[in-house]
Design a protein around this ligand. Structure first.
Ligand SMILES: Nc1ncnc2c1ncn2[C@@H]1O[C@H](COP(=O)(O)OP(=O)(O)OP(=O)(O)O)[C@@H](O)[C@H]1O
Ligand SMILES: Nc1ccn([C@@H]2O[C@H](COP(=O)(O)O)[C@@H](O)[C@H]2O)c(=O)n1
Length: 213
């Protein structure tokens, strides 16, 4: 069983996926963390973010590995945990450039498709490209202002600066972002976190919502 939850930046994908995954008793998979890790490795190595060959060498040589858990995903480069460094402002700014490289996308897609099922997968193209045969698909939206207000609780920047950065990232991710035709689109603006999780759980086919492993 695969459930996909895609959406724009800071629309609640990882928080909602974690809640849905816990309710189903399965892990969730954060595809964005692998793109963030690729950007971090490139930034740390001083590689140009547009240099596909250099980024691929870093990915192949780093022992990069996603550890999907229902409570939260962790990313490792060999024995070093990258997770705490993946949500910095510099990674936010650089990640879209790395994610637009076809070779990097193919590398990430292969990692994701190799993971053992069942799981909830979240990102931008989980329902359209990576897991087009998923049993249930969702797409989260909310206005840039609402998303910025939520994110401001986690970042040092003020709301207008966060809103501008989110809008810029949505624009840069435009090619990766599109709801699957068979996805249920949810405007999370008027809903709290639990409300979004409940909308998704109640939309799942009965046998998926009831399963615990
Ligand atoms: N429906 C909601 N109501 C209130 N707060 C929410 C809601 N959904 C998410 N949040 C909060 O918004 C923030 C962003 O959520 P989250 O990190 O899950 O989004 P994301 O889509 O995974 O972000 P990114 O695209 O940057 O990885 C978090 O602080 C989260 O707790
Ligand atoms: N399926 C995906 C997931 C993510 N990206 C890129 O990674 C960035 C970070 O993702 P978050 O989910 O953590 O926001 C995102 O801005 C995209 O550039 C992607 O291309 N495809």
């Amino acid at each position: 069983m695969i459930v996909t939850i895609d959406g724009v930046a800071a629309s609640g994908k990882s928080s909602v996926s974690s809640g849905v995954a816990r309710a189903l008793g399965v892990p969730y998979v954060s595809s964005g963390l692998l793109y963030r890790a690729a950007a971090l490795l490139a930034l740390e190595a001083g590689a140009a973010l547009e240099d596909e060959a250099a980024v691929l060498v870093l990915l192949e040589g780093s022992g990069l590995r996603l550890e999907p858990l229902a409570e939260g995903n962790r990313v490792w480069a060999g024995g070093r945990e990258l997770t705490p460094d993946l949500h910095s402002t510099r990674v936010d700014k650089g990640v879209s450039a790395v994610a637009s490289l076809p070779g990097v996308r193919a590398w990430v897609d292969a990692q994701l498709r190799a993971l053992p099922q069942p799981f909830v997968a979240e990102g931008r193209d989980m329902g359209t490209n990576v897991f087009p045969h998923a049993q249930a698909k969702f797409y989260l939206t909310a206005s840039p202002r609402v998303r910025a207000e939520r994110r401001a609780r986690e970042r040092p920047e003020d709301i207008p600066a966060i809103e501008a950065a989110l809008t810029k990232r949505d624009e840069a991710d435009r090619r990766q972002i599109s709801p699957a035709v068979d996805a249920l689109v949810i405007d999370t603006g008027p809903l709290d976190l639990q409300g979004v999780i409940e909308v998704i759980l109640s939309a799942l086919p009965e046998h998926e919502a009831g399963r615990t492993s």
